[in-house]
Ligand binder design. Structure first.
Ligand code: ZN
Length: 191
């Protein structure tokens, strides 16, 4: 898939919305990313995962690891495309941990997968877990890179780079034009 085809597929799936949104930060934007809309389509998820696997190229991967909740479905799909094992991390008392008997073998080459990366705080925590277990990180794959500075210094291989602009409500031209706002509130899913 070309970058243009990836963008169109995400738009067609309703994963990239245009309108007037109040983000969880409280800032306003004309664009909203809702990756779960991609993941409700298994065939599209599989196609995107295969494209991610193609972009990884010759890098050796023993295992895919993803942070819950957002990374689980795309992480599983990328692991399936690569023919390797898949594990996910989750929060326990605020800290990211591998539970359920999941482990990283000493020396394993681990690909970290996430749906949307903005600052990449969760990704950085998964990288920390992998390294603490004696594994090494082969790279990071995401469906979307929202741009900006990252909390990790491993190579990020996104399927799509999408800089989403946001601004304070007081300087919102959509508010000034009287366009009604919509608060997607997707955070509820991650609790
Ligand atoms: Zn506004």
């Amino acid at each position: 898939m070309t970058d243009e085809e990836v963008l169109r597929a995400l738009q067609d799936a309703g994963a990239i919305l245009s309108g007037h949104f109040v983000l969880t930060s409280g800032r306003h934007s004309d664009t909203y990313v809702q990756c779960a809309r991609v993941l409700e389509d298994p065939a599209l998820t599989t196609r995107l995962a295969q494209e991610a696997a193609r972009r990884i190229g010759e890098r050796h991967v023993d295992l895919v690891a993803a942070p819950a909740v957002g990374g689980i479905m795309i992480g599983f799909a990328v692991a399936q495309a690569l023919g390797v094992r898949f594990i996910f991390s989750e929060r326990e008392n605020g800290s990211m941990v591998f539970r359920r008997g999941f482990s990283v073998p000493e020396g394993a080459s681990v690909l970290v997968v996430e749906d949307v990366v903005t600052t990449g705080g969760s990704v950085a925590e998964v990288i920390g877990l992998v390294c603490a277990a004696g594994g090494r990180v082969a790279g990071v794959v995401s469906l979307i890179d929202r741009g900006g500075r990252k909390a990790f210094d491993v190579e990020l291989m996104p399927l799509l780079r999408l800089e989403v602009e946001s601004w304070d409500a007081s300087e919102c031209r959509l508010c000034a034009a009287g366009v009604p706002t919509y608060s997607p509130g997707s955070r509820r899913l991650s609790s």
